[in-house]
Design a protein around this ligand. Structure first.
Ligand SMILES: [Zn+2]
Length: 466
């Protein structure tokens, strides 16, 4: 019976094994073979950039199977058996479909025709499939092993883009970008949000290596990466020192991670709206005041009701209060008392360094444990048990570090209150808030005199951190 409705199948794979042929070339060869055999081609099925080994979906292959099952095709031409599948079970499934549909003709450009009616033909196909599968597995093992070796040597991995801060060799530090990274790290540790930093980068026309604008997710990934601290990460774990130079210290990275962790723990809060959000307490009931725009005047109010639970009987005008508190903060930054207090913080710096070091050790240990578990050297239960005390230590250290990093916000500011005052209005709100929050724990607002219309500074009772 002459072939009236043959199917051609071609696939280009993303695995760069050197044998991957362009789809066009595959199709041309298949068409030539069809012409030689005198088969009428009814349809061509082409999958782009999917490997028969990766397990990714191949929509055209599925369509081919469906059409075969529906009896629409009476013959199939494929370039090479490995284009069909490298997974033996899948080859079997393909053969089952052919058998069920009574399709007698299967031809390969590279290996010739296979008589699928005979046992020998099937055997040949299975062997070819198995060889292809083994080649592929060996190759992916080889690639993995090479990646492991590079990681162990502390060499960079072979991504397409160079990392921000480094040259195309992924080793040499780019001075201009390193400066940007150090600036970002310092500002993040001083309390600025990732969002605010992304806006700043955009304003400064600093682009990502791909030439696009920075997103908070990209920034987060870069600032938390081991890479900029000279650490080699592999499969999500720090595995040791890298060969390239660091841009920030490991201690700084620990603090960055601590601050990120603190933010995650406190949850995704809505963006801070006002300078004193969350820092004011009701003088009557002790509840936190919330800002509320009422009529024309913005106020901080004590809210009653299920979400807030305050007494609902205290309000204060926002504008004058914010001005007064900012002024108090600026004056306090100029006092010898604060300078002394900060001098005392030198101990904290030493403590911070020790904490960071311990943190780095603990993280390494956690990574090692994870590796033992991942490579099945220890069972999950042992992993979890051993993990617990280390994780507890890490949590405690991270909390202490987060506390310490608040005093870092003030580095270089003490004694410059008058200079800071001149530029205060130009600082963005997160930065202003960070400075205020670094030295001011909270402010108690006393009840106002009944019927008083103007703001009374005597109601303001600041509780300082330093
Ligand atoms: Zn209240």
């Amino acid at each position: 019976m002459p072939v009236r409705s043959a199917a051609l199948y071609a696939r280009i794979s993303s695995d760069q094994d050197g044998t991957a042929l362009g789809v066009t070339r595959q199709l041309e060869d298949c068409r030539r073979l069809a012409a030689d055999l005198g088969w009428r081609v009814a349809a061509e099925y082409v999958d782009n950039d999917v490997s028969a080994y990766s397990g990714k979906r191949r929509p055209e292959y599925q369509r081919l199977l469906a059409d075969l099952a529906d009896g629409l095709r009476d013959a199939v031409i494929v370039y090479h058996p490995d284009r069909l599948s490298r997974i033996p079970a899948e080859v079997e499934r393909f053969l089952d479909v052919l058998k069920a549909a009574r399709v007698q003709h299967l031809q390969f450009v590279s290996t010739g025709g296979i008589d699928i009616g005979s046992g020998d033909g099937l055997l040949v196909l299975r062997v070819l499939g198995a060889v292809a599968a083994n080649e592929s597995a060996t190759k992916s093992r080889r690639v993995k092993r090479k990646m492991d070796q590079r990681a162990e040597l502390g060499l960079p991995h072979g991504g397409y883009h160079r990392p921000f801060g480094y040259d195309d060799d992924k080793m040499t530090v780019r001075k201009d970008e390193a400066l940007v990274i150090r600036g970002l790290a310092a500002r993040f540790l001083a309390g600025e949000s990732l969002r605010s930093l992304a806006i700043w980068l955009d304003a400064e026309q600093v682009r990502t290596v791909a030439g696009g604008p920075w997103r908070t997710s990209t920034l987060r990934a870069m600032l938390s990466s081991g890479r900029i601290a000279g650490l080699r990460e592999h499969r999500g774990q720090v595995i040791g020192k890298a060969r390239w130079r660091r841009i920030i210290s490991e201690a700084q990275r620990s603090r960055i991670l601590a601050r990120m962790a603190e933010q995650t723990v406190s949850g995704r809060r809505p963006p801070r709206r006002y300078l004193l959000s969350g820092m004011l307490r009701c003088g009557k009931c002790g509840n936190t005041l919330f800002s509320r725009a009422r009529e024309t005047t913005r106020r901080y109010v004590c809210s009653s009701g299920p979400d807030h639970g305050g007494c609902g009987r205290l309000t204060v005008v926002a504008g004058p209060l914010e001005e007064l508190v900012a002024e108090m903060v600026l004056i306090r930054l100029d006092t010898p008392v604060l300078a002394d207090a900060l001098a005392g913080r030198m101990h904290d710096d030493e403590r911070g360094a020790a904490l960071s070091e311990a943190l780095v050790d603990d993280r390494h240990q956690l990574d090692e444990l994870a590796h033992l578990y991942a490579t099945k050297q220890i069972p999950a239960r042992d992993w979890l048990t051993a993990r617990k005390p280390i994780q507890d230590r890490i949590d405690t250290a991270e909390r202490s570090l987060a506390r310490l990093s608040r005093s870092e916000t003030l580095a270089g500011l003490v004694g410059h209150g008058h200079q800071l005052r001149a530029g205060w209005a130009q600082l963005n709100l997160t930065r202003q808030h960070a400075i205020v929050a670094a030295i001011l724990d909270h402010v108690i607002i006393a009840p106002g005199a009944l019927g008083a219309r103007s703001f009374d500074p005597a109601r303001v009772d600041p509780r300082w951190r330093l």
